[in-house]
Design a protein. Structure first.
Length: 393
């Protein structure tokens, strides 16, 4: 990886040197920011009151020289509020942009479409970070009213489980994405990701390989906007002491949204159907090697709050097994007055019951009843049917 960085830097240095004769005075800009946080008090967890203290310092510096950008972050967290403590340089990269082309070497985040395949980001409030370290190339241009946007990337990702920061998963990722808009109304594209990973479980590491394919479609016409994405994921595990047999399950996920907006009024409907790893309750685990990957973060389809009320229970979205919808509408009769309504509903795909009467546990998907009403136009007869439906296992 260091050799790749050096070659890219050498090419960019030579290309910039060719234009140095025409640019006598380089365009140099510097930006810097600093964030310091300290807090100390008492925190109640699981009914017990404990002392809580954090000391966090983040310093970011960026240097712009013509088409080149150099950036570095120094971080000192001892102790950190959430996540894993860091001391030293935690982010560094250089980036070159010229016309429709850009390349970055070092640390970066990336989002492919709606995130069903790749959504790498940082949320310090949760101690969540899926920062990648590698190389990313992007091409974005409009040719004869046809908009094109393509990205390819490769690198490594070290994920610290935000629930158990001492647990670390490692991934090597190769991915690509493209999006084309041949006319103003329609856009379509696709994504592909291949990764190898090491998933620690109960003191044993499981090696996996995974592939994700995704297709997406967008439509915009006046006040109506529509988007849909579908992703299919396959994971293959290498046998070990915990998983003696190789597994190669497939999972998939779909997301759709439609919205209508006009001045002073708007309504949006979102739908999710995530089946990336549907298993029985006793097989649900955040350390399963076939689970959804940590850099897969599709839309939650629930309202996300920046503050919590005492009477509100949080809902942790399970991207492995969850289906639901969200609808939100707003109405603004005046410039300084807005009414907003949000309704969402989420659940797992199936309910289960333990059918074994011994000490063993044997889960079976529950049967459910469906009422079907039919009306005959000619005779006026009313028929009520009672059906027992068994979901497919």
């Amino acid at each position: 990886m260091k050799k790749i960085y050096f070659l890219i830097f050498l090419v960019l240095f030579i290309s910039s040197s060719d234009t140095s004769y025409t640019q006598k005075i380089p365009n140099v800009k510097v930006s810097a920011s600093n964030l310091f946080r300290y807090g100390k008090g008492n925190e109640i967890t699981t009914g017990l009151e404990n002392t809580k203290e954090y000391f966090e310092e983040l310093g970011d510096v960026r240097l712009y020289v013509n088409d080149l950008l150099f950036a570095v972050r120094y971080e000192y967290d001892d102790p950190i509020e959430f996540g894993t403590s860091q001391k030293g340089i935690t982010r560094r990269f250089f980036e070159y942009k010229k016309d429709a082309f850009s390349v970055r070497a070092g640390n970066f985040y990336q989002l492919f479409e709606k995130g069903l395949t790749l959504n790498a980001f940082e949320n310090r409030g949760l101690g969540f970070n899926t920062q990648m370290d590698g190389v990313k190339l992007n091409f974005k241009k409009t040719i004869k009213d046809v908009k094109m946007n393509a990205t390819v990337l490769g690198g490594g990702l070290q994920y610290n489980d935000y629930l158990h920061p001492e647990r670390v998963e490692n991934y090597s990722i190769r991915a690509g994405n493209f999006d084309v808009s041949p006319i103003k109304l329609i856009s379509f594209g696709g994504s592909y990701l291949f990764t190898t990973g090491q998933i620690p479980t109960s003191g044993t590491t499981t090696n996996i390989t995974a592939e994700i394919f995704e297709g997406n479609l967008g439509f915009n016409y006046k006040s109506i906007s529509l988007a849909a994405s579908y992703a299919n994921k396959k994971t293959i595990t290498q046998p070990n002491s915990i998983y003696p047999q190789s597994m190669g399950p497939r999972g998939d996920g779909a997301y759709g949204t439609i919205s209508f907006t006009k001045p002073g009024f708007g309504v949006t409907l979102d739908y999710k159907n995530y089946r990336f790893n549907v298993v029985v309750p006793n097989e649900v685990s955040s350390t399963s090697p076939t689970k959804v990957l940590p850099f897969q973060q599709p839309p939650t389809c629930i309202r996300e709050y920046s503050s919590a009320l005492l009477t509100r229970n949080t809902h942790i979205v399970d991207f492995n097994d969850e289906v639901g919808f969200q609808t939100e509408a707003y109405y603004s009769p005046k410039e300084n007055l807005t009414f907003n309504v949000n309704v969402s509903l989420s659940s797992r795909h199936y309910d289960y019951v333990d059918v074994d009467t011994t000490v063993r546990t044997l889960y079976q998907r529950m049967r459910f009843f469906r009422l079907t009403r039919t009306i005959s136009r000619h005779t006026g007869r009313f028929t009520l049917k009672l059906s027992i439906i068994t979901p497919r296992i």
